[in-house]
Design a protein around this ligand. Structure first.
Ligand code: FES
Length: 128
């Protein structure tokens, strides 16, 4: 191999090494949502999921859980109504129970809200 070929191979190898590290660092880094100390049992909040879509996070005695805020009927954004403890869609009125796997309670939707995997790690609620 001549000098030019050697330099080209070395550059490709270095790029693959750097790119590989970057990709595994991204894949291994969970998205931080909120500090666990700022999100006590009984809390809920909106957040932006890793895919950029709106979502809701909840914390109960049993842990943290989250759902996409995209209605499974036609894609409007649901909102949480604390009094009824339901996620309700403003478009056609579907409601979902966040404390029962996001199941449909009433309305036009046929499927539960999509679950988002979250956990508490190193003092943060993260999307895993
Ligand atoms: S889009 Fe939510 S009920 Fe129709």
């Amino acid at each position: 191999m001549n000098r030019r070929g050697f330099l080209r191979s070395a550059a490709i190898a270095a790029g693959a090494l750097i790119f590989g590290r970057t990709q595994s660092a991204i894949a291994a880094s969970p998205k931080k949502i909120v500090k666990a100390s700022k999100f006590p049992v009984g809390s809920n909040q909106k957040f932006v999921a890793a895919n950029g879509s709106p979502a809701f996070l909840f914390r109960t005695k049993s842990g943290v859980f989250a759902y996409s805020a995209i209605c499974t009927h036609q894609g409007c954004t649901v909102d949480y109504f604390k009094a009824g403890k339901k996620l309700v869609c403003p478009c056609h009125g579907a409601s979902f129970d966040p404390f029962n796997a996001g199941k449909v309670v009433s309305g036009e939707a046929n499927f539960p809200l999509a679950k988002i995997n979250v956990a508490i790690k190193s003092g943060w609620v993260v999307q895993s």
